[in-house]
Structure formats: C-alpha cells, structure tokens
Design a protein. Structure first.
Length: 619
C-alpha cells in the first residue's frame, strides 16, 4: 500500500514515531493512519499495550499485532495478550450479529486459538468481568459472555420498553373515540382501510408500544400516514424516523411529513473525551414528542435501540413499523424479531395485499417466496438463464449496459469470488463509469475511484467530518456556506464528485447534501457500490435490481436473503443464472440464528404476555 503519495505525507509524521513504527514492520500507510489518530502518543501507547491497535485497526488482525507484541517483549502468557485475545474473539461474535457468546464454546475456541488451557482463559474472563469490560451471566440456563455494553443495552431496552408499554401516568389522549377518528381520517383523506390496517392504527393509538409488520404491498405506508394525520389532528407532536437516510427520504416522499434518520433524531455527535458516539437526546434531555414512529424497524440494531429507548420520556407512544421476514440488522442484535417473539407488545401482522399491488409481480413474488413458493415470471420479474459464473457476470454487464443510467443496482449474497461484490464492482465500473479522457481517477490498492462512481461507506466512522450544502467543499465560503458535522455510517451510498490527484483526496456527496473529503488513508472506508451485498442493501429501494443466481454457501442461500433482495426492487427484478439454485434458495428456510437475549429478558422479567386477541376481546 506504500505509494509515492505516502512519501509526501510521511514527512508530516515526527521522525521518532516513523522510526519506531517502521521498526515494528508497519508500512507508511499504517504509520500515517496511526499518527493521524493519536499523534506522538503512538510510541507510549504501543509500548504500554500494543494490542490497543486491534480495537482501532481491526483489519491488522490478531496475528500481526501479536507479532508486534512479541517484538516488544510481550510474553505468550501475558495477561495483556490473553485479554486482547478474549476481546478480539468476542468482537468476532459481535461482527456476526451476536450480542453474546456461549461461555463454554467461547473458551474452547479461545484456548485453541491461543494454544492455552481453557481454565486459563476462564480465569482471564473472570478478571475482565471484575474490571467491567465483560459481563458473565446465565441466560436460558447456560453461562454466556457479553461485552458489558451489549448486556446493559438488552437490560435497558427490556426495562424501558416495558415501562413505555404501560406508562404510570397514561398516554396523552387522542381527540375522541379512536375508531371514530380512524373512520373520519379515512373519509377525509379519501382512502379505505382494511380490517388489519384498522387494527394496526387502533393498537398504535391506544398502546404505549406497538409493532406493525408486513411485507411489500400490505399498506404499511398508509398506516403510517393515517397515524400521523390522526395524532397531529389531536394536537399530538409526532416524530418520524428510519435507520437509514434513504428510508427516511422515502417516508417524506410518501407522507409529506418530515422524517430523518434515527441518529439525527437523537442528535448524535462524536464525543472527543470518550472516543465514542454520543447522543444529545437521552434520559436527561429526552425527545419532546408524544409519539415516535420508526419505519424499517428490522434494521434497528441493539445499540441504536438502546439510545432510542433512553431518549423516550414516559407517556410517549413508540410505533415500530417493519418487515420481520427481512434479514436482521447489519449491527449486532435481532431487535424487531425479539420484540415480536416476546409476545409482550401489541403486534399487528399484515398479510393482505392491496389490490393495486397485486398487479406487480415483484410484490406477488415476494409473498410467494416468503411462503416457500416459486416465483412467477413476467416483464417486471425476469429470469435470464445462464449456467457458468463468468457467463452470468458477462450477461449482467450486458443487461446493465442497456438500462437507463443510474437505474440498476446489482445485489449479491457474497463479497468474494467471481460473483462477489468486489469482483463484480471492478467489472461493472467499466459499464457504468468507464475511463474517459479528462475524467479524474485515483488508484487505491486494487481499486480505482473515478469521478461519477457510486460508492458505499463500509464502516461506522463517528469522527469523519462532513459539510452540508449545495456546493462542493472546494467551492465553500466558510463564512456563509454550510454547517459541519461528524459521522458517516456503514451502508450509506454516495457519489464521487471530486478527486484531487495531488493531495490524493476523494470527495463524496451523500444524502442530505453532506459532502465528505476522504484523505488517502481514509479510502479503505469506502468501496464501489455498483454491486453490494444483499445485507448492505437494506433500507434502500432501486428502480431495477439485478441478482446473480448460482451456487452460494447454504448459510447465505436462504429464503430470507432472496426475499430481502427481491423487495429492494421498485420497478423490475432481473434474476440471471440457474433457476434450480433459486428454487433451492426459496426452499431453504433456515436462517442464521443470532445469539440475542432480549426476548428472554422480556419474558423472564415480566412473565406474562399480551396478544392481539386479548386486545380485540377488550374492545
């Protein structure tokens, strides 16, 4: 990764830090990244505990940092090394979506990894639990291991939501009989609500916490709009948010009501003192709303849900709307499914498809796939048969070239291989944004970025600064143009608007007119996004979705994955490959289970259930 660019930048690093890190085997690239983060403290921090690098630069990997530690004289049985290995191993569980690791399983894996005794690993874990870094507890009759923050989050969410569901002071009333208000709202807006939709609106009006789940075409948007109308007509203050900017933008387009990301609603900021993301809205300064509606709630991970719950004052209605059959959140946890499965909260499951939606094969096939049935093909849901993987890639490139610019998004289950997102992006870049005379580009390792490229942020970076405005940063007058902020999140998609080949910077424009200038050493945080994994596509819609269909690992080739992919398409879905593998994917209803204790905490803490049937009887 060392380039001539780094030679000019490395001169800004003090000679002492350069010499120290280079002697430990670090390239100029990592020397610059480390210095940019901690400056001259790099020497002291690394001598005291070289494993600090793992938390900030996980791509280095344990083995490489372990080698650095050996050069600095850290012994194999050092507690520093053992604690770092435990934290590294637990972070690998979190990266897979788990909030905890089964203790016995974890100790065996860690002992094998370290070539150490399992008893020694357990001793180290117990020491870490006394210091508050990790939490040892029992769940469902077995010992489990958490990072303390995830344990706290599960307990907080369970307690806060239970209190919201049954507020001591009651809920701010709506202006009249709820059923009469629903009928009046439907009449005034010229719509007709189905029985299921009416139940969903009713539950949301009379409950502290309610959940609305259903697939495409089941009228979730109509329900949201009806709730906003009724509550605001009753003088209640309503906030609407979603986990991603694109999902929030879609709500604004369909409802006419302001919507924003959950992060923005909670006024997130990067705390320089703690080095973590914080929220301006919290239990000490809660949100001033009578109702908060969260769309695309299947994308809520555990930590963001905790922050949301902390910011809701007693008496606030919380309404979660989403599709529980989609893939779970990118971040750790299985929040929406856990809340539904706990049976503690009023949940309305929408199964009826609106008449106009039955005209869309995308909607019809999404429900067929979800029910384990084969899709039916037609103009808006095409099957293009190919067999070999390279032929599938060639055909996708050929199809994409004929589509209107910017309309197609390729989705794939995997990152690696011929039909993985990395290889497909290299090929599709030549289709969507080929090199041209006068078009600036910048090489970064095996990637090339060009002006006009579609790119995606691939990690949460709470320190990354952006500027808001209609002009690029190079055209800003700092006295009059744009606000600044920090934080670009995993999965956000933007467009490369500028490249400075001298400074080696790439400027990207994201939603909400946020401009980010990436220095060269920050370019590992973005990648091309002509092809993205299905998981990373959640919360987005695209006019045309193209998906390769071949053999994929069974753990990924699941019904929920193909269902999620299909529901991203707005106008057309094109499957390219072998239909036999599509049939197998539809038949594979095994989902990658996540270790999550939220459901058990709700059930165990309160021991009783609410259900839609009980509510209907009470009516």
């Amino acid at each position: 990764m060392d380039t001539l660019n780094n030679i000019t930048k490395i001169s800004q690093v003090t000679p002492e830090v350069t010499w120290f890190l280079r002697n430990l085997g670090f390239s100029n690239y990592y020397i610059i990244k480390i210095y940019d983060l901690v400056g001259d403290a790099a020497i002291g921090l690394t001598e005291d505990n070289p494993y600090w690098l793992l938390e900030e630069f996980p791509r280095l990997g344990f083995d490489r940092v372990d080698g650095v530690a050996r050069k600095l004289g850290v012994s194999p049985d050092s507690h520093l090394r053992l604690e770092a290995a435990v934290a590294y191993g637990l972070r690998s569980y979190v990266a897979e979506g788990h909030t905890f690791a089964p203790l016995d399983e974890f100790c065996i894996k860690a002992a094998e990894f370290l070539d150490a005794d399992t008893g020694l690993v357990r001793d180290v874990i117990e020491d870490m639990s006394f210091s508050g870094d990790v939490q040892l507890t029992n769940l469902d009759g077995r010992p489990v291991l958490y990072f303390y923050g995830y344990y706290r989050a599960e307990c907080t969410i369970a307690g806060k939501l239970a209190a919201l569901a049954e507020p001591a002071g009651g809920l701010p009333p709506v202006a009249g009989n709820p059923l009469a208000l629903i009928k009046k709202a439907a009449a005034e807006r010229g719509i007709e609500l189905s029985g299921q939709q009416t139940t969903a609106v009713m539950n949301s009006l009379v409950s502290g916490v309610s959940i609305i789940t259903g697939g495409p075409g089941t009228g979730k948007t109509t329900i949201i709009n009806s709730l906003i109308y009724i509550m605001e007509e009753s003088g209640l203050k309503v906030a609407v948010a979603a986990p991603t900017g694109r999902a929030a933008k879609r709500i604004m387009e369909t409802s006419g009501h302001f919507a924003c990301t959950v992060h923005r609603l909670l006024e997130y900021y990067y705390d320089e003192e703690t080095g973590y993301m914080s929220f301006g809205k919290n239990s000490e300064d809660p949100l001033n709303y009578n109702a908060v509606i969260i769309d695309e709630a299947s994308m809520l991970d555990l930590m963001l849900t905790e922050a949301l719950c902390n910011a809701l004052k007693p008496g606030t209605r919380l309404i979660l709307v989403g599709d529980a059959d989609q893939l779970p959140s990118v971040g750790a946890g299985n929040v929406l499914a856990d809340l539904i499965d706990s049976d503690y909260f009023f949940t309305t499951r929408l199964t009826e498809i609106y008449r106009q939606s039955t005209e869309s094969r995308i909607v019809v096939n999404a429900h067929r796939i979800n029910g384990g049935e084969s899709p039916v093909y037609g103009e808006d849901f095409l099957l293009v048969k190919e067999d070999k993987q390279q032929a599938i890639l060639d055909k996708i490139a050929e199809i994409a070239q004929k589509l209107p610019a910017g309309s197609a998004q390729v989705l794939t289950p995997v990152k690696k291989g011929i039909l993985g997102s990395a290889n497909m992006n290299a090929r599709l870049q030549q289709v969507f944004n080929p090199p041209e005379e006068g078009k600036t580009e910048l090489e970064f390792g095996s990637r090339i970025f060009r002006v006009g490229d579609r790119v995606m942020q691939i990690k949460n970076d709470y320190r990354l600064e952006y500027r808001v405005g209609r002009k690029s940063p190079g055209q800003f007058d700092s006295r009059t143009d744009g606000d600044t902020g920090k934080g670009i999140f995993n999965g956000e998609i933007g467009e490369v608007k500028g490249i400075d080949t001298q400074l080696r910077t790439v400027t990207v424009l994201y939603d909400d007119e946020r401009w980010v200038e990436y220095s060269y050493v920050k370019l590992d945080e973005i990648e091309l996004a002509y092809a993205v994994t299905v998981h990373k596509s959640q919360g987005s819609e695209f006019p045309v979705v193209i998906m390769p269909m071949t053999w994929f690992p069974p753990v990924l080739a699941t019904r929920s994955l193909i269902y999620t992919a299909v529901t991203r398409g707005k106008e057309q879905v094109i499957i390219v490959g072998n239909p036999d593998y599509l049939e197998k994917m539809v038949a594979n209803n095994q989902s990658r289970s996540r270790n999550s204790g939220l459901k058990e905490r709700l059930v165990g803490m309160y021991g009783f259930y609410l259900s839609e049937k009980v509510f209907i009887k009470k009516k």
